[in-house]
Design a protein around this ligand. Structure first.
Ligand code: GUN
Ligand code: ZN
Length: 432
């Protein structure tokens, strides 16, 4: 088995930073070594110490760059690679005009396979090594994404969307066919290699109560699968949901009634929430997912990160491509910083980089496997260059601390700052 030894500056979080200078929350090694074998991190520490133990390992010297755990995107749409940057609409019009017509193309297996390869190339080029992805309604789209991820040894959470109303022909399942296809996909993929399944009712508007009930049955039958959906993204969406579910106390109640909430539930957006909904999120341990570039692009609203955190609710952070406008978790942090500025809240760089690594891993219940650089965890690593562009290099001349370097990456970074990405111990960026 080839062992690979990386040299560079190493940064990994041990817990969530509780203030902007919380140096106890992370491990930083100025001249560090990471030894990888069989897709795992075998050892990590000072380069001198690790090199002594490494024997014949193949060495890559990444100095002066920063080695961090691969980024995790907690909400993204695989069939929207050719929807990103579609002009001029807010959520419901955007879905009907651009997104639904595009997703119909994923009935074609060849198209789905070609897009799966492109999608994963894009993720890793931007430093993302794990994502929670929505596929199209077609079973083939989920098969295509899981197969491509498996071929690359990539940890992937995904599910075919369940949608049985309020969408065009060619994009609808039924409560029974959605249940059967999901069941078959769970059997085929969940826990196979690095694949994990997410039961994926798209949102309240595109599912009948019967379909949400079937999703609840699936969640009860497979408690170790995730549930992912959308919640309270846009005012028009909320009004329509209230009309469609006249008996519901509020939007979240639609999911609560069908037992779709809990620590494995990921709720994209969650912007416009009532007090009761926040109580229920806290009581059930469900996870809102903040999607900054998408929320700005669609004009959806400003996520109340501070309010949810004050209630002990752990949110994820994500791109939500193709309403999101970048695959980059760095650009996601940049826009997230600005949204929180508008709310008079802050997103300091330590918390930001914790969030897109160990924080999202913890939201997914995977912090013992991904999101940190520790011996025995999976070898997904990103190599960051804070001088990737002339403007960044110039700014870096004035940077006096790690914290400042991280903030420059948070605000100015994108795929150009990703010097290399390792998935399952293998370099995947410069190879292409
Ligand atoms: N709500 C339901 N479907 C979608 C989607 O594809 N993108 C976003 N941003 N919101 C949704
Ligand atoms: Zn979404």
């Amino acid at each position: 088995m080839t062992r690979r030894l990386l040299r560079g500056r190493i940064l990994s979080f041990n817990r969530e930073p509780v203030h902007a200078d919380d140096t106890g929350s992370f491990t930083y090694i100025e001249d560090g070594g990471v030894l990888m074998s069989g897709g795992l991190i075998e050892a990590i520490g000072s380069y001198a110490e690790i090199a002594r133990a490494a024997g014949e390992a193949e060495i890559t010297d990444h100095r002066p760059h920063l080695l961090m755990p691969g980024f995790i995107d907690a909400h993204i749409h695989f069939p929207q690679t050719q929807v990103i940057a579609s002009w001029g609409a807010q959520l419901m019009e955007w879905l009907n005009t651009y997104t639904f017509p595009e997703e119909r193309r994923f009935a074609d297996e060849t198209h789905a396979q070609a897009m799966a390869a492109q999608f994963l190339d894009l993720l890793t080029a931007h430093g993302t090594t794990t994502a929670a992805a929505f596929c199209s309604v077609h079973k083939t789209s989920a098969d295509a994404l899981f197969s491509e991820a498996e071929a690359r040894g990539m940890r992937m959470i995904a599910g075919k969307v369940l949608m049985d109303r309020n969408a065009p022909d060619g994009l609808l399942d039924t409560p029974q066919s959605g249940y059967d296809d999901t069941k078959a996909l769970i059997k085929q993929w969940h826990g196979k290699g690095r694949a994990l399944y997410a039961i994926t009712p798209r949102f309240a508007i595109t599912s009948t109560p019967e379909q949400l009930e079937a999703a609840g049955v699936l969640a009860a039958e497979h408690p170790d699968c995730y549930v992912q959906t959308h919640l309270s993204e846009n005012r028009e969406e909320i009004d329509l949901t209230r009309k469609l579910y006249a008996g519901a106390r509020d939007y979240l109640d639609v999911y609560e009634t069908q037992d779709l909430l809990g620590p494995r539930s990921l709720l994209g957006h969650a912007i416009h929430l009532d007090a009761r909904e926040i109580d229920v999120l806290a009581e059930t341990g469900s996870h809102p997912v903040f999607c900054p570039t998408s929320n700005l692009f669609l004009g959806s609203g400003l996520f109340d990160d501070g309010g949810l955190r004050a209630r002990g609710i752990a949110s994820g952070i994500a791109t939500d491509v193709g309403a999101g406008t970048s695959y980059s978790m760095l650009q996601t942090l940049n826009e997230g910083y600005k949204i929180l500025q508008l709310r008079n809240q802050s997103l300091d760089p330590l918390r930001a980089f914790h969030w897109i690594t160990r924080g999202n891993a913890a939201v997914l219940g995977l912090e013992d496997r991904i999101g940190t650089l520790e011996a025995g965890t999976e070898a997904d690593i990103v190599v960051l260059n804070a001088r990737a562009t002339p403007a960044m290099a110039l700014r870096m001349e004035r940077a006096e601390s790690l914290r400042e370097e991280l903030f420059i990456l948070q605000i100015m970074g994108d795929d150009r700052s990703i010097a290399e990405t390792y998935v399952n111990g293998q370099p995947v960026k410069t190879r292409t």
